[in-house]
Write a protein that binds this ligand. Structure first.
Ligand SMILES: *[C@@H]1O[C@H](CO)[C@@H](O)[C@H](O)[C@H]1NC(C)=O
Ligand SMILES: *[C@@H]1O[C@H](CO)[C@@H](O)[C@H](O)[C@H]1NC(C)=O
Ligand SMILES: *[C@@H]1O[C@H](CO)[C@@H](O)[C@H](O)[C@H]1NC(C)=O
Ligand SMILES: *[C@@H]1O[C@H](CO)[C@@H](O)[C@H](O)[C@H]1NC(C)=O
Ligand SMILES: *[C@@H]1O[C@H](CO)[C@@H](O)[C@H](O)[C@H]1NC(C)=O
Ligand SMILES: *[C@@H]1O[C@H](CO)[C@@H](O)[C@H](O)[C@H]1NC(C)=O
Ligand SMILES: *[C@@H]1O[C@H](CO)[C@@H](O)[C@H](O)[C@H]1NC(C)=O
Ligand SMILES: *[C@@H]1O[C@H](CO)[C@@H](O)[C@H](O)[C@H]1NC(C)=O
Ligand SMILES: *[C@@H]1O[C@H](CO)[C@@H](O)[C@H](O)[C@H]1NC(C)=O
Ligand SMILES: [Cu+2]
Length: 724
């Protein structure tokens, strides 16, 4: 069946009330900025530029330069403007989002990527090629016939002024499946790669079976001594492939249920300005290289609820008995969520009737477009939003909600991020994770993960995913009210002088940032309220923030890997006074200087007032992930799921979902229905054309490359799909 036979589900076109000032620059604007930059001799540009966005009433371009023509290679954040480019345009260091003085510059620890990955690691590996052949039946020499590969920690150790790497060997998958992170081989080496002169770099030792050898000679001698214990390598097999496996399940070959949108889309979208309206909600979508989707000016019933809501950073902090797992703590905005937001799979990532939007980013003088990488759709939850039965009637309301979704595949992991909007005024953020786990070699590490395959440990790690929520409840000045459900013992006028054990509400308004960092208390509710906006009963109007599906903050205290680079991960909830100079909780290059990162989130907390002022709530979603056999071959979205919900509290005078026509009341008596009230909803059976999803998938464009380890920051999106 072709899509033309389907009911048109494209959304209604709408014009936004205002321009989307949060959107990225257009292709022409970006091109003009780049042309101008190349004319600035003081910038001495010969290599790649990445233009993103920074907006205000006068638009400026945020440009990141990779300055490597120096013994002190660094990334430089600069602003170029005003736009459009004229002879009045200038550039200046972009320093205001930094918490340290630095002219907008961050050192680049990976300037010598090519030397490390095409010479240094292979040189070390070549020195023990006889051993790798004997242990792993393979060599890593940078040749086409390599059957094993080498990569290691992220970020590098940065203690005592030295830059130290740990690397390890991994088997290559023997087919197209991306199972490399399931094939660790258990041999590790340490090298000091401080400075740009590779003749001064040093191999500092080998680790095998939990024995550390300071030199190659010492390792070699032990290896060829009698009694040396050789561990079994991990090798690929069906267990590591994601294709169908195992006996057919009953009835599974019959078509599963599918959601359809019989009347087409009931939301409106302006694809150019990325402005969306649905029911009583409206918002603008913004997209960036670092964090992909954010949404701005979220309004409900015409009133702004959030100025900004969006991803800030995602951390995967591992732990282990070996130096690779122990030293791995990925900060994913370094790689960027935007460039890895690939085309969605229709009928799988989102319903086939969804509206799909493109996203683009700019790197190395090229605009890259990912087609159909954002989706918008309505869905009917598998439960009603309301119901009630009596002996005379039953009433019931459909729970239809709107989702805005994207998926970023960063290395081995796929993060699915969804923003949801419900008929009762609730707004949700959900993150799910799938893809391949990063595993560990199973030896001496029972405390750090389960034994999940032959020589494989499901390496334990914490996912912490930070979101910014800049609330504006009935105005910019808001407060946080914590309402605790507290056990109480008290006498009442009617209790005959006997105290009664019960519970009561204890309300408290946070006064300053000193109280602004806390964890979820199962007996407390967090409300963003406006003390100057009471409802007719005198209660503050507000929105509750609550965890949904579980959340997590980082279990590691004072991480040796991250030092000051991820203080945002330490609590479930953190509240600060809004400042334009604190736009983000993290910087994509925080991992390049963990002792003195460009944005040290802890510095946001300086005791400022939180009582009736413009507030930002920084929320951590996340999961403690201890992979088990069920994570093979891939982690599943059912359990790797985290979220928060924002829902109106005393905000309106009743439940706004009563407005929908998609509800029913059935009256009955003596065993028969006497009335069926459908409130004017569209009804009547309709023959619905269901798209043939599998056939549609022949139109999938995909991308040319998806990041594989290791990552080259100097050529990050090489060969990625482009559409100028
Ligand atoms: C400009 O960059 C080139 C490399 O592209 C380098 O050789 C040269 O020293 C740089 N000039 C200055 C003034 O930094
Ligand atoms: C800037 O451009 C304007 C318009 O093209 C021109 O009139 C003016 O002379 C230029 N100014 C300078 C300083 O080049
Ligand atoms: C060793 O690797 C070669 C190819 O690289 C392969 O042909 C051979 O079967 C392997 N041997 C074993 C024992 O796995
Ligand atoms: C791999 O290729 C190199 C160079 O072509 C060759 O010398 C070597 O014998 C090959 N190794 C194997 C295991 O085939
Ligand atoms: C996405 O890009 C493709 C290819 O350039 C284009 O045909 C399509 O109209 C774009 N979609 C939207 C919603 O702009
Ligand atoms: C309740 O009243 C009794 C009798 O007057 C008194 O002994 C007790 O302390 C009171 N309890 C509380 C919790 O006030
Ligand atoms: C907090 O703000 C409210 C509303 O403006 C005000 O009435 C109250 O006095 C403030 N509390 C403190 C401790 O300043
Ligand atoms: C918000 O509160 C600040 C004090 O924190 C005050 O200076 C400002 O005028 C208030 N803004 C509005 C719109 O009430
Ligand atoms: C239900 O049945 C009772 C007893 O037969 C009768 O009195 C009553 O009128 C009936 N109610 C309706 C709504 O038919
Ligand atoms: Cu995980």
């Amino acid at each position: 069946m072709s899509s033309s036979s389907c009911i048109e589900s494209n959304s209604t076109v709408i014009k936004p009330p205002k321009d989307n000032v949060w959107e990225g620059l257009t292709g022409e604007e970006t091109a003009s900025v780049v042309k101008w930059l190349f004319q600035q001799t003081d910038l001495n540009l010969t290599t790649s530029e990445k233009a993103g966005e920074w907006d205000n009433t006068i638009r400026y371009a945020h440009v990141v330069l990779d300055n490597r023509a120096s013994i002190n290679p660094h990334f430089a954040d600069i602003l170029v403007g005003p736009l459009p480019i004229t002879n009045q345009s200038v550039w200046a260091p972009l320093e205001f989002p930094y918490t340290r003085k630095s002219q907008g510059q961050v050192r680049n620890l990976n300037a010598d990527y090519d030397t490390i990955y095409s010479e240094w690691l292979y040189k070390i590996s070549a020195s023990i090629a006889d051993i790798t052949i004997e242990l792993f039946n393979g060599t890593a020499l940078g040749l086409d016939n390599d059957t094993i590969e080498i990569w290691g920690i992220d970020p590098n150790w940065q203690d005592d002024g030295r830059i130290i790497r740990w690397d390890t060997f991994w088997n290559y998958p023997t087919d197209e499946f991306d199972s490399g992170t399931l094939l660790p081989l258990g041999l590790y080496f340490k090298s000091d790669v401080t400075g740009r002169d590779s003749s001064l770099w040093k191999l500092e030792g080998w680790l095998y079976n939990d024995v550390f050898y300071e030199t190659t000679d010492a390792f070699r001698e032990a290896f060829f001594s009698p009694g040396f214990v050789k561990l079994r390598p991990n090798t690929e097999g069906a267990w590591a492939r994601t294709d169908r496996l195992g006996p057919l399940l009953p009835h599974d070959e019959q078509q599963p249920p599918q959601m359809v949108a019989p009347s087409g889309a009931r939301y409106s979208v302006d694809a150019d300005s990325k402005y969306v309206t649905w029911m009583d909600f409206s918002f603008y979508i913004s997209f960036s290289r670092d964090t992909a989707v954010s949404i701005f000016d979220v309004r409900y019933k015409g009133q702004r609820v959030l100025y900004e809501m969006g991803l800030q950073e995602a951390l995967a902090h591992y732990a282990g008995n070996d130096p690779i797992q122990s030293s791995t703590a990925y900060l994913d905005s370094y790689y960027g969520f935007g460039p890895y937001s690939f085309e969605l799979v229709k009928g799988y990532d989102c319903p086939s009737y969804a509206t799909y939007l493109n996203s683009s980013f700019y790197v190395t003088e090229t605009t890259h477009t990912h087609i159909d990488s954002l989706c918008l759709f309505e869905y009917d939850a598998d439960y009603p939003i309301q119901r009630h039965s009596t002996n005379q009637y039953v009433s019931n309301t459909k729970n239809v909600y709107l989702t805005l979704r994207s998926v970023s595949t960063i290395g081995n992991y796929d993060y699915m991020i969804s923003y949801t909007f419900y008929m009762d005024g609730t707004i949700g953020i959900e993150v799910r994770a799938s893809g391949y786990i990063q595993s560990a070699y199973y030896a001496h590490n029972e405390e750090f993960g389960y034994h999940i395959h032959d020589s494989l440990s499901g390496s334990m790690h914490d996912h912490v995913i930070n979101f910014k929520a800049d609330f504006d409840i009935m105005g910019v000045n808001n407060s946080i009210e914590i309402t605790t459900i507290a056990p109480t013992t008290r006498n009442f006028t009617w209790s005959n002088g006997k105290s009664r054990n019960s519970m009561s509400l204890q309300r408290k308004i946070l006064q300053s940032e000193d109280e602004g960092r806390f964890n979820w208390d199962p007996n407390a509710m967090m409300h963003v309220i406006n003390q100057d906006a009471r409802n007719p009963y005198g209660e503050y109007r507000g929105y509750r923030i609550s965890p949904a599906f579980g959340t997590a903050h980082l279990a590691v205290l004072d991480s040796s890997n991250l030092v000051n680079a991820a203080h945002w991960a330490e609590y479930d909830v953190q509240v600060t006074q809004q400042h334009d100079y604190e736009p983000r909780s993290a910087h994509p290059y925080n991992n390049q200087d963990v002792y003195d990162p460009p944005i040290n989130f802890a510095k946001f907390f300086d005791g400022e007032c939180l009582n009736q002022t413009d507030l930002v709530v920084w929320l951590n979603l996340g999961m403690h992930h201890v992979p088990q056999t069920g994570d093979l071959p891939n982690t599943v979205f059912t359990t790797a799921h985290t979220g928060v919900q924002f829902s109106p509290v005393n905000y309106l005078l009743g439940d706004p979902s009563r407005q929908t026509v998609n509800m029913v009341r059935v009256n009955y008596a003596n065993g028969s229905a006497t009335a069926v009230e459908t409130f004017g909803q569209a009804n009547g059976l309709r023959a619905v054309a269901v798209e043939d999803v599998e056939a549609e998938l022949w139109q999938y464009h995909g991308d040319i490359v998806v990041r594989k380890f290791p990552y080259d920051p100097n050529d990050p999106y090489y060969e990625m799909n482009e559409d100028a």
